[in-house]
Design a protein around this ligand. Structure first.
Ligand SMILES: NC(=O)C1=CN([C@@H]2O[C@H](COP(=O)(O)OP(=O)(O)OC[C@H]3O[C@@H](n4cnc5c(N)ncnc54)[C@H](OP(=O)(O)O)[C@@H]3O)[C@@H](O)[C@H]2O)C=CC1
Ligand SMILES: Nc1c(N[C@@H]2O[C@H](COP(=O)(O)O)[C@@H](O)[C@H]2O)[nH]c(=O)[nH]c1=O
Length: 620
């Protein structure tokens, strides 16, 4: 039987716990002294070190069911309580559990059951915030009922509709919740966070890019060949390496090969030597020039899908269908569309085991996120022997793709090198941060956000761009009103306004006469670089005020723009510029998004939820 929320024995629980009579927001405050007492002998540094170790352990525990939980991510929970006898945090663990598969008991429940009474007053470490799917709040209620007083969370849930929900519910119950990167900062936590990111990389990629996490795996000789010139490839890598491939397959939802690999290798693509998940096999073939008999058509081993070009060899399509193979036609067969298709089928991760032709096509389409290269100490030679990646159109070594977070491992006589092509997207940075949001727009809840992006003027919300063709009537360098073609013209010119120099005045004229916002931006930026002495010295501190004045004028001049802005109430606005990390949100949310912030601020000001001191027409 699990302990009750206040940690009293079930029989005594009939009389309400005094803590529960308090308003929820006060319960947490009352619990804090007790927590401090528990960790009294630990310095902050030591307690951080222990937290980081235990969080990494939670990630490790979560990883035990990799591949099995799809479409759910991997959840691990470690319950620990400090013990005076030992400083080894691992020895403090009183219970742990992981989500074994969809529909099985959640990690928190298993860990709490193992911990029993020891969970009372203990800390729970979660690699990932629980997802309260379909109103199932077992994870939260388990922690509450077990008497957990503190929860350390590695990552907030990456899915928008779930992010922050469980954390809020736990806090509402008076439990102290510390989230890495928000409440816990240090190099140790960064490392622990990395483990949490890696274990759920598939979900993070899926959430960020709307494609499954894709790994390209190949085995090559020391001279970089994946087969002999004849196409014969069994085997390049050794037995242990191939055993590792079975594990990789078992962690994947699907394995992809190209038509040529089917013709030359007649592969089975099963995870036969590991007990676990059986991935779907996908063959990409444009011509459908595939054999009528092949190991992959034996669907007793595993399900097979053939992705092909619309109308290709309908006769073979029928024969394959009779064998139980699913044939899917694409208007234009390409890696990106196949990945979108896999996304729609709910796949979290895909292993590409194709040859170099399809691998190059998939890399070019930016759908490959990670590479596993097995290197065997063999030389096969042959100018026509296939290599792992075909033509990418690069002709300078400086264009090479640099792998990120590379690791090396020796597997018997082989070497396994792995690395990411694209960094794991950490979706936790919210634009703007939780602390900043209330002062920008109190109507927006940063953890239940709907993000509206704009960038090019032809986008749905493109009118929010400073390049949109909406002239504004605002003072110029003389104080007289001037019609600026766009907000961008006004903004760029202001870099040089107030500087007592004929050259600065010339640049202002040049910008005023620029025929397009692109031209105004180009002039402003290049002159700023070339003639730094002509830029007003306080530019960095006043540029957001200048911008705010300009957009305020633009939106008050054009009522339909105001309507459009107000129609976005409650959403986070992001200028999706991949390059401008000050005004824009960056490629992966790494930008500061100041333009989006100012627009949200203006929206709030119009709605009357905040007041600002910046007035249109004031000198900048
Ligand atoms: N050592 C290793 O790790 C591996 C070695 N190999 C070896 O590699 C060789 C085969 O390599 P390779 O010829 O490059 O074969 P691929 O596996 O890359 O297959 C290429 C085929 O993929 C299909 N395809 C479908 N869509 C596309 C697209 N958009 N772009 C490119 N191809 C597409 C086409 O099939 P279709 O012609 O049917 O239309 C194309 O001919 C074999 O010798 C095999 O043994 C293969 C895999 C791993
Ligand atoms: N040759 C080669 C690999 N080749 C890959 O494995 C496939 C064969 O899988 P299966 O039929 O299930 O054993 C083959 O078609 C190709 O995709 N893999 C490796 O790890 N090492 C190797 O040396």
């Amino acid at each position: 039987m699990l302990p009750t929320p206040c940690g009293v024995a079930p029989a005594a629980a009939a009389s309400p716990c005094p803590l529960l009579l308090l308003p929820r927001r006060h319960r947490r405050l009352l619990l804090l002294p007790a927590l401090r007492a528990a960790s009294v002998s630990l310095s902050a540094a030591a307690s951080h070190a222990h937290d980081a170790v235990l969080l990494r352990r939670a990630a490790g525990v979560a990883d035990r069911s990799a591949g099995l939980t799809s479409p759910h991510p991997n959840f691990g929970c470690v319950i620990a309580r400090p013990q005076l006898e030992t400083d080894n945090a691992e020895a403090w663990v009183v219970g742990e559990g992981f989500l074994y598969a969809q529909g099985t008991p959640c990690a928190e429940l298993l860990a709490a059951q193992e911990a029993g009474e020891h969970a009372r007053g203990a800390t729970a470490y979660l690699n990932l915030e629980p997802g309260d799917c379909y109103g199932d709040s077992t994870a939260v209620s388990t922690l509450v009922q077990a008497g957990i007083t503190r929860v350390v969370v590695g990552l907030r849930h990456p899915l928008k509709h779930l992010r922050g929900k469980a954390i809020q519910s736990l806090r509402n119950e008076g439990i102290q919740v510390d989230v890495v990167g928000e409440d816990l900062h240090s190099k140790l936590f960064k490392e622990a966070l990395k483990s949490c990111l890696v274990v759920n990389a598939p979900l993070l990629y899926r959430a960020a890019f709307r494609v499954p996490f894709s790994v390209l795996k190949y085995a090559m000789t020391a001279d970089g060949k994946i087969a002999a010139s004849s196409g014969h490839a069994s085997w390049v890598s050794g037995k242990s390496s191939r055993g590792r491939v079975f594990e990789l397959r078992g962690r994947s939802d699907a394995i992809i090969v190209g038509g040529n690999t089917v013709r030359l290798d007649d592969p089975r693509l099963t995870a036969r030597h590991v007990k676990g998940h059986v991935p779907v096999r996908i063959v990409m073939s444009q011509s459908l020039n595939l054999p009528e008999e092949a190991n992959l058509w034996n669907v007793n081993d595993a399900y097979t899908i053939v992705a092909t070009q619309r109308g290709a060899r309908r006769d073979l399509q029928k024969k394959l269908a009779l064998k139980g193979v699913e044939v899917v036609e694409f208007d234009m067969l390409n890696p990106r569309d196949v990945m979108s298709y896999c996304y729609d089928r709910g796949y979290l991760s895909v292993l590409w085991e194709c040859g170099g032709t399809l691998a190059a096509s998939a890399i070019s389409a930016s759908v490959i996120h990670k590479v596993y290269a097995f290197l065997a100490p063999k030389i096969i030679g042959g100018v026509n022997a296939p290599t792992p990646v075909g033509e990418l159109g690069m002709n300078q070594m400086t264009q090479a793709i640099d792998l990120i977070d590379v690791s090396y491992e020796q597997i018997d006589r082989d070497m396994l090198m792995s690395g990411f092509i694209q960094p794991i997207p950490d979706l936790s940075p919210v634009i703007p941060s939780v602390d900043e949001m209330p002062s920008i727009d109190p109507e927006v809840s940063p953890y239940e956000t709907n993000i509206i992006s704009f960038y090019k003027t032809w986008d749905t919300f493109g009118a929010f761009s400073n390049f949109s063709p909406h002239p504004i009537h605002m003072p110029d360098e003389t104080g007289d009103y001037f019609t600026w073609l766009t907000v961008e013209h006004y903004y760029q010119a202001h870099k040089f306004i107030g500087v007592d120099s004929p050259q600065a005045r010339e640049i202002i004229q040049e910008i005023k006469l620029a025929k397009s916002p692109e031209e105004a931006a180009r002039i402003g930026r290049t002159r700023q670089r070339e003639f730094q002495e002509l830029v007003r010295p306080d530019w960095d501190s006043i540029k957001t005020d200048v911008m705010y004045r300009a957009i305020k004028c633009k939106f008050s001049t054009y009522s339909h723009l105001t309507d459009m802005l107000l129609s976005t109430a409650g959403s986070v606005l992001v200028e999706a510029s991949p390059h401008d990390l000050f005004w824009g949100g960056g490629r992966e949310g790494e930008g500061m998004n100041y333009l989006g912030r100012l627009l949200m601020q203006l929206r709030s000001e119009i709605l009357g939820t905040i007041q600002t001191t910046v007035e249109v027409g004031e000198p900048a």
